[in-house]
Design a protein around this ligand. Structure first.
Ligand code: OFO
Length: 176
C-alpha cells in the first residue's frame, strides 16, 4: 500500500512519461518533414523509451493495488526553427523529468517507503544516462560547428550521428 503522496507522485509520473513520449514523437515528425532522417530515428527511439518508462510505473502501481488515472496531455510544440532548438528543448524536458524523479526518490526515502525508493532507483540511473546522452549530442554539435542557423555539412553530419546516438550510448554503458 502506498501513501497518498507517493501514489499521487507516481500516478502523475505515468502521464509525465506519456507527455515526454508525445513531445519526442512530435520532434520526430518535425525532423521527418525537414528531411533529417537520423534525427527522426533518434526521437522516435526516444519516444518509444518513454513509453517503456510509462509502462514500468503503470505496472508498479497495478502491482501495488493502486488505480492508474491518466491525465490530460497538452498538444506538444510542433514548430521549431532548427535542429539545435529541438535538441535543447528535449534536454530541458529531460531536466524537468529528472527533478520529478528526484522528488519521488526524496519522498519515498523520507516516508521510509523503501520498496518505492528501490523501484525509483532505475529511473534515477536512467535520467543520468539521458542527460549524458543530450550533453554528448550538444558537444557533438559544437565540435561540428553547427550553431542552428547554418545548413550544410555540419547539419548533415550531426543528423548522421543522431541516427546511431542511442545505440552508441547503450554500448558505452555496457562497456563501462
Ligand atoms: Fe526521458 O525520461 Fe523517462 O523517465
Amino acid at each position: 500500500m502506498l501513501s497518498d503522496t507517493i501514489y499521487q507522485l507516481l500516478n502523475n509520473q505515468v502521464s509525465a512519461e506519456q507527455e515526454a513520449a508525445y513531445k519526442y514523437l512530435q520532434m520526430a515528425a518535425w525532423a521527418e518533414k525537414e528531411g533529417l532522417n537520423g534525427a527522426a530515428q533518434f526521437f522516435r527511439t526516444h519516444s518509444q523509451e518513454e513509453e517503456e518508462h510509462r509502462d514500468r510505473i503503470f505496472n508498479y502501481l497495478i502491482e501495488c493495488g493502486q488505480p492508474v488515472i491518466l491525465q490530460t496531455i497538452e498538444a506538444p510544440k510542433h514548430d521549431f526553427n532548427n535542429l539545435l532548438e529541438v535538441i535543447h528543448a528535449a534536454f530541458e524536458h529531460e531536466k524537468k523529468v529528472t527533478s520529478m524523479i528526484k522528488r519521488i526518490a526524496e519522498a519515498s526515502f523520507a516516508e521510509q517507503d523503501y520498496q518505492t525508493f528501490n523501484f525509483i532507483q532505475w529511473f534515477v540511473a536512467e535520467q543520468h544516462e539521458e542527460e549524458t546522452l543530450f550533453t554528448t549530442v550538444l558537444d557533438k554539435a559544437k565540435i561540428l560547428g553547427y550553431e542552428g542557423e547554418k545548413q550544410g555539412q555540419a547539419l548533415y553530419l550531426l543528423d548522421q550521428y543522431l541516427a546511431t546516438a542511442h545505440g552508441n550510448a547503450e554500448s558505452a554503458e555496457a562497456d563501462g
